[in-house]
Design a protein around this ligand. Structure first.
Ligand code: C2E
Ligand code: MG
Ligand code: MG
Length: 752
């Protein structure tokens, strides 16, 4: 061994002595036993023990042998110490290091590499002590431990630590190890994140990195429980850099498991400022979107509200339209459509309940005349008033409808016998009795009512309406202001009148109407002095329908107006044609019905037709029956004045039958009296008729009027009339009424 260079190998001989000395130190045991003990110690020691003297190996224990790979102690004893070292240099280096210490009596300790017998090296912990520092030749005791494993472990540990350190310092996240709230470790990344220089964070309080004391405490509070449970606490939290600026981090904390009661935590910091700003941006966009959705929703709900309003308005409009479509605009009463509806419902219900239903058809008597004379405004007012009276006369459940014009229908439900309907009809007629005051006019109106009953008079709405209409017609025919039940035994005349009214429109439209002309004779002059236009209706199915039959019927409908105008125009046109053909210039006579005469547009209409046909007024003679004039003398006179003003000639037709007020006659601006045919017919036999004719002749002379006898059929009648002073005639004796084509018969009558 290396007890220093001066030592010699002669030390080997001192082995026995040294062991004894060793035994001496162990105790005062008798020698043999002490040796035995020592051997036991040496042999069982877990460390290698070597005794060297003068740089040679003197003794070694089994552990040493094993450590160095020697088979027996004999292999070792006497060998130079250098064999245990990797090289001569290593041996000498150790000698230089250990020598002085050993010489000074101090132990030497060290860890060096040593060499086994097979040359392999291993790490060995050495501890050496000189047996006697004053006498180095007495040898040195070496205690050796193979620390290869230990060193390798330490090496590995060191490497691991280095690795960890590398990881720690190169981690992409900030890592902070906090012990008792004080930072004990902080990696580079952490320092970068917080803007500190290397090591600057160490020793600082964790709260230095928080934006405020409060923020720090709150985080501690939040994290405490999770961390104590040993779980990982994760949150996002604001942090503060060295320069005071704030930023957001994701914090992941884990409590150090071996910290016992201490609260040591490893925190990982990730800068999420950018993420946060992205999130912030996303949130902002989201909020903006939400705001927009809210706004849009508000817009939509406003639009929806508007739509609701519109729907409501539309519904109201529809209701209005429905109301308009189902009601009469003038009176507000249900119209035909609604009536039909209600009637059908009533019939369905009555069928179930076995009750009766009454349909009453009403037509105002002479309403058309009022309309013609006083105008539609007055007529409308009258209709409104009548509508009210009708409604007042029936129960609320009954329906009063207006079909148009002056036609009303009353629908009575739940009646049990015809008497009920009769009572209502009487009530209605009574309701018409009080005069209606409209402006300056006090109008009297009445109604004719036709009643049809379900089920006896018809099973369906249409039939019932038709039958009620027919019954109404009968009521009118038999004198107005009364009611009639429909009956299958309706008089033939009423039925026919009803039929004719419905057919007349077709006749006018289809040209089934024509005019015939009958000359008026100036017997003194033996000349034709005029001609009367008479209306003819040749119906392709019914044959001839005489004017006396259909004219009154036309009067009750609105057809009289167009019909009258047609006659006027046709007659004037015909007369013009004759004039153009060189026929004598004679006036044409046209009959005016009472309603025509009273119509307020009569004068305008005549003036227009005269202009249209290019006929002078004096070539038109208008015949108005005496009864027409007798009705309302003052109005009649005013109307006659108007017509006279036009320049047309005026004749009173059928004179002698209408109980004329003779005083009034004096004031009428008429030109001619036409003695009614009835007086002429029996003139020769009946002296009373002769007297009347004589009186009329006298009257006409007195008033300076022309005079003409109608219906002269015989020469005897003619002569009798001549004898009474009448010189103008018209009758079959001279000519029958002829179609215009029969010119010769008209202008050169056979009887002249
Ligand atoms: P009216 O105005 O008194 O006409 C005379 C009627 O006596 C005519 O009958 C004519 O054909 C008829 N008549 C003429 N001579 C004789 C005769 O010798 N013997 C007999 N038995 N009859 C004779 P018509 O054409 O049937 O007309 C009847 C009435 O109808 C007319 O009576 C007139 O009031 C009315 N009428 C005819 N055409 C029109 C018209 O265009 N408009 C109006 N409003 N009424 C008309
Ligand atoms: Mg006439
Ligand atoms: Mg006449």
């Amino acid at each position: 061994m290396s007890e220093g260079a001066p030592r010699s190998l002669a030390e080997t001989g001192e082995r026995r002595h040294s062991v004894r000395r060793l035994a001496d130190r162990v105790g005062e045991t008798p020698l043999p036993e002490a040796v035995r003990d020592l051997r036991a110690i040496l042999e069982n020691a877990t460390v290698g023990i070597l005794f060297s003297k003068n740089r040679r190996l003197v003794q070694a224990n089994p552990q040493f042998l094993q450590m160095f790979g020697f088979a027996s102690v004999e292999e070792v004893i006497g060998q130079p110490g250098v064999i245990l070292y990797p090289s001569q240099e290593a041996y000498e280096a150790l000698g230089r290091e250990a020598g002085p210490l050993l010489a000074a009596g101090k132990p030497f300790r060290g860890e060096i590499q040593m060499r086994r017998k097979d040359g392999t090296l291993f790490w060995c912990r050495l501890s050496a002590k000189a047996v006697n520092p004053q006498a180095p030749q007495e040898g040195t005791i070496w205690i050796m431990e193979d620390v290869t494993d230990e060193r390798e472990t330490a090496e590995r540990l060191k490497q691991a630590l280095a690795d960890q350190e590398t990881i720690f310092n190169n981690a992409a996240v900030g890592i902070m190890y906090v012990k008792e709230r004080v930072v004990v470790r902080a990696n580079r990344k952490l320092e970068e994140l917080f803007g500190y220089g290397p090591g600057e964070m160490l020793g600082r309080s964790a709260r230095d990195f928080h934006v405020s004391e409060e923020s720090f405490l709150r985080l501690a509070e939040l994290a405490r429980e999770t961390l104590w449970r040993g779980e990982t606490f994760v949150t996002e939290w604001p942090a503060k850099r060295k320069d005071g600026s704030e930023f957001w981090v994701r914090l992941t904390g884990h409590r150090e498991a071996n910290a016992g009661e201490r609260f040591d935590v490893v925190w990982i910091f990730e800068d999420i400022t950018e993420q946060r700003s992205v999130q912030e941006e996303l949130r902002r966009i989201h909020l903006e979107l939400e705001q927009r959705v809210i706004e849009r929703t508000a817009e939509l709900s406003a639009a929806n509200a508007k739509l609701q309003d519109q729907i409501f308005e539309r519904m109201q409009a529809e209701q209005r339209i429905w109301h308009i479509a189902h009601h009469d605009a003038l009176t507000g009463l249900p119209n035909r459509a609604l009536l039909t509806d209600r009637l059908e419902q009533a019939l369905a219900q009555a069928t179930r309940s076995a009750d009766r239903v009454a349909v009453m058809f009403l037509d105002l008597d002479r309403f058309k005349s009022i309309n013609d004379t006083l105008g539609h405004e007055v007529g409308d007012e009258l209709l409104k008033e009548i509508a009210q009276r009708l409604k007042g006369a029936v129960r609320a459940a009954d329906t009063v409808a207006r079909l148009g014009g002056d036609e009303f229908v009353v629908l009575l439900q739940d009646i049990t016998d015809p008497e009920d309907a009769a009572r209502v009809a009487e009530k209605i007629i009574a309701a018409f009795a009080p005069p209606v005051k409209i402006g300056p006019h006090e109008l009297r109106s009445s109604t004719s009512i036709g009643i049809a009953l379900f089920p006896e008079d018809g099973e369906d709405a249409y039939t019932l309406m038709r039958h009620a209409d027919t019954a109404m017609y009968q009521a009118k025919r038999s004198g107005r202001n009364q009611f009639h039940f429909f009956s299958a035994r309706l008089s033939e005349s009423a039925r026919r009148a009803f039929h004719i009214e419905h057919r007349l429109a077709a006749a006018l439209e289809k040209g089934w109407l024509s005019l015939v002309y009958q000359p008026l004779i100036d017997y003194e002059a033996r000349a034709v002095c005029g001609m009367e236009a008479l209306l003819r209706w040749h119906d392709p199915e019914e044959g001839e329908i005489p004017p006396a039959e259909f004219i009154p019927i036309a009067e009750d409908s609105d057809l009289i107006q167009p019909l009258g105008e047609w006659v006027l125009r046709t007659a004037l046109q015909q007369n013009r044609r004759w004039q153009e053909a060189g026929r004598p210039l004679v006036p044409v006579s046209v009959n005016l019905s009472p309603r025509q005469f009273r119509h307020r547009h009569l004068v305008d209409s005549i003036r227009a037709i005269l202009a249209e046909t290019g006929q002078p007024a004096r070539l038109l003679e208008l015949e108005i029956t005496e009864s027409t004039l007798a009705h309302d003398v003052e109005t009649a006179r005013a109307r006659l004045e108007e017509l006279a003003g036009l320049g047309v000639r005026l004749a009173i037709d059928d004179f002698g039958t209408g109980y004329s007020n003779l005083l009034a006659l004096k004031r009428f601006p008429v030109d001619k009296l036409k003695i009614d045919r009835s007086f002429v017919r029996d003139l020769c036999e009946d002296p009373e008729d002769a007297a009347i004719v004589a009186a009329i002749v006298g009257l006409a002379r007195g008033l300076g009027l022309d005079m003409l006898a109608e219906g002269v059929e015989t020469a005897a009648q003619r002569d009798a009339l001549i004898a009474l002073g009448c010189r103008r005639f018209h009758g079959y004796l001279f000519a029958r009424p002829q179609p215009a084509a029969q010119e010769a018969a008209i202008f050169a009558p056979a009887g002249l």
